[in-house]
Design a protein around this ligand. Structure first.
Ligand code: GDP
Length: 473
């Protein structure tokens, strides 16, 4: 169960990665002998922190050696009617003319364009929902976001919303000022608005690459693609094509003839026909793969979008997949996840309703002057640090965050006592509650919230802070 909490699904007689084994052994004071072929030396005592570090460094070095450049993954965001779809179509068409004849364009959720000096992958589902869904699941697929702003309309509410998503996700930004062919086009107005939003254009002394385009006439498209590639170079995007493939599901559907289909973007490694992959409660033995031209592929390397056939069911878009040893293992892992999900749903349904959140907040707000106190429990140290980092990154001059405790492990009754004494809320990240914690927390009026996705945890913390400001609401 500890492995599962780390996201490693392995049965009793299965091999696990050495660093994971070492870490677990150390945690339980188990003596682990690690002997590498040819080295001849045997470690006789429980590994020290230094040993663990060394192992991790070694793995990282090997990964580093195999890293190769990969294409950028780009998405297009912006206000409705500002030309996202037209831009995606124009870019795709420009490529098809240059590409091989005879390809039949298929909408699989993403496509790749080939230029003299490399490829670019575009997610072709415009819209914020898709972008956010990916992010909400913790999957960061996009490297560069193109924010489309119509030259005759300027920034609109959805443009600002998109900009916020892009900033929050820490994705590289390029602004495409579209509809430059229209009579009322006013690029200076757009640049002024960019300046007001702290994303001043490069030619106005800022850092944001800004490209005037016309999706309808095709003007500026080449420059836009060039800028994307320049930006990609700066980002030094790399991946290890030699690793076992893993990546993200972009979209999935049920096809009458071919069964469940899912488009995935490989992020690491190379996916091959015949590979067994697992994705949440679904799994697949890759029977065939197609690209956006309907072409049959035997392999797909990093940043390549492919439609995969051979699934047990339709996997959720935005969820991550990874390659495992064989279909049997994939099926077993998927089943395990399905069982977990069922159990979770059942306990959730049977849990009594919690004390009103508003009442709780009113209480906290009255006694603790505008400080959100938190007890955080995470699955592993890496998560604990990431959670702390993100929570401390929330900026507000009216409410502060105080992390009463930030530890690794299950949520225990001691945690509840501590939270109760401090007037804190318990946030559990990727970890579970010890037996009896729920009733005890209820008894003490301590709120315990569990999350598996870091952004959701952070968003919840942000909401809690906002609620502190306005306890009446
Ligand atoms: P979306 O909602 O952002 O995907 O926008 P669309 O791509 O559907 O475009 C909305 C409308 O603007 C359509 O009628 C397009 O034909 C038109 N449009 C898009 N780009 C341009 C452009 O560069 N110039 C002109 N004149 N019209 C454009």
């Amino acid at each position: 169960s500890e492995l599962m909490e780390q996201g490693v699904f392995a049965s009793m007689n299965q091999t696990i990665d050495e660093p994971v084994a070492i870490e677990l052994a150390a945690k339980h004071n188990v003596i682990l002998e690690v002997k590498h072929r040819g080295e001849g030396q045997v470690q006789n005592q429980a590994p020290t922190e230094k040993d663990i570090k060394k192992q991790k460094e070694k793995a990282a070095e090997e990964e580093e050696r195999n890293l190769e450049e990969r294409p950028p993954v780009v998405c297009i965001l912006g206000h409705v009617d500002h030309g996202k779809t037209s831009l995606l179509d124009t870019i795709r068409k420009a490529n098809v003319v240059k590409g091989e004849a005879g390809g039949i364009t298929q909408h699989i959720g993403a496509y790749q364009v080939t230029r003299d000096n490399g490829k670019i992958t575009f997610l072709d589902t415009p819209g914020h929902a898709a972008f956010n869904k990916m992010r909400a699941r913790g999957a960061q697929v996009t490297d560069i976001a193109i924010l489309v702003v119509a030259a005759d309309d300027g920034f609109k509410p959805q443009t600002d919303e998109a900009l916020k998503f892009i900033k929050d996700a820490g994705v590289s930004l390029i602004v495409a000022v579209n509809k430059m062919d229209v009579k009322g086009a006013n690029i200076d107005q757009v640049k002024t608005q960019m300046q007001q939003r702290d994303i001043a254009s490069e030619d106005w002394g800022g850092e944001t690459i800004t490209v005037p385009v016309s999706a309808i006439k095709g003007d500026g498209i080449d420059e836009l693609l060039e800028m994307i590639q320049l930006q990609a170079e700066v980002l030094e995007l790399k991946a290890n094509p030699k690793a076992k493939a893993s990546g993200v599901v972009i979209e999935s559907q049920l096809d009458v003839g071919r069964g469940p289909l899912a488009t995935v973007i490989v992020q690491r490694g190379t996916l091959k026909v015949g590979d067994a992959i697992v994705c949440g409660k679904e799994w697949a033995k890759v029977r065939a793969m197609f690209d956006d031209q309907g072409k049959n592929l035997k392999e797909a390397g990093p940043a390549t979008p492919v439609r995969v056939i051979g699934w047990s069911g339709t996997p959720d878009s935005g969820s991550t997949f990874k390659t495992v040893k064989n279909p049997r293992e994939a099926e077993a892992m998927a089943e395990e996840v399905a069982d977990e999900l069922k159990k979770k749903a059942a306990t959730k349904a049977s849990e009594p309703k919690e004390v009103s959140v508003e009442a709780l907040f009113a209480n906290i707000a009255a006694t603790q002057a505008k400080t959100l106190k938190l007890v955080i429990k995470s699955d592993v140290y890496g998560s604990a640090e990431a959670v702390r980092g993100m929570l401390e990154g929330i900026k507000s001059d009216k409410v502060s965050v105080e992390i009463v405790a930030n530890e690794v492990g299950l949520v225990t009754k001691t945690d509840v006592q501590r939270a109760s004494a401090a007037g804190a809320t318990i946030l559990a990240f990727n970890t579970k509650l010890e037996n009896g914690v729920t009733p005890q927390a209820k008894h003490h009026g301590v709120r315990v919230e569990s999350y598996n996705i870091i952004y959701e945890l952070v968003d919840a913390a942000r909401d809690m802070m906002a609620d502190l400001l306005d306890p009446e609401l």
